[in-house]
Write a protein that binds this ligand. Sequence first.
Ligand SMILES: C[S@@+](CC[C@H](N)C(=O)[O-])C[C@H]1O[C@@H](n2cnc3c(N)ncnc32)[C@H](O)[C@@H]1O
Length: 228
Amino acid sequence: MNDTRGQIKSQLATGQLRSYIDDNAKDPHPFLATIRARSMEHKWNFMLTTRDQAAFLYTQVLTMRARKILELGSFYGHSTLAIAAALPPDGKLITVEHNPKFAAVTRIHMTEAGVGHLVDVVTGEAPVVLPDIERTHAPQSFDMIFVDADKRHFDIYWDAAMRLSRPGGLIIFDNALARGEILDKSADAAGHVAAVRNFNARVLNDNRVFSYIATLADGMLVAINYPG
Ligand SMILES: C[S@@+](CC[C@H](N)C(=O)[O-])C[C@H]1O[C@@H](n2cnc3c(N)ncnc32)[C@H](O)[C@@H]1O
């Protein structure tokens, strides 16, 4: 089936190439197709992660046998389910979403998909919720952190991720190429492009991690917190 969803977000592959990539990604969970179909009803459906991103997240979790994961930005729960699908029965994914409607939809979707017991959907502003999470969870206790929320707070999210991530843990930030505008200095007036560029440079220069931009969708900044 030709699944064209996610096209708007992806600047690296479009049109038939985008469809080909989507068609060659297996869905880690059958309910992901339903989430994609339902998210199309929303005018912000461009926020949806692509099928290869979902597959990428799934394989990362599976490969590293991650058990405890934090996600910022749930929307309809597409990436949330891809991650949860790889968790062991005693695993836990906390996903933070500031839009109460999206948080409620994600909760329902996780229940419908049969992974509700693995996922805590927290409604709130990530910069406000993160200190609560840091109070209730030990430092360096998360295996993986996936950030797909607002770009304005990337620095806050990075600092929290570095405190929460275990040595050897994975930290992934979406939209590292700012919808293809990362090199366009004229787009800086909007603020978010320069913010992403500065953030990418910050991570590159952070000697605590090994990092690179994976060319999936709009670019995913992948960092591994060096052990020891
Ligand atoms: C790109 S979408 C997430 C897409 C989702 N990961 C998926 O797979 O479809 C970004 C989400 O982050 C949420 N968000 C934006 N700023 C936020 C903030 N400060 N705190 C919590 N959630 C936020 C938005 O409401 C939106 O649902």
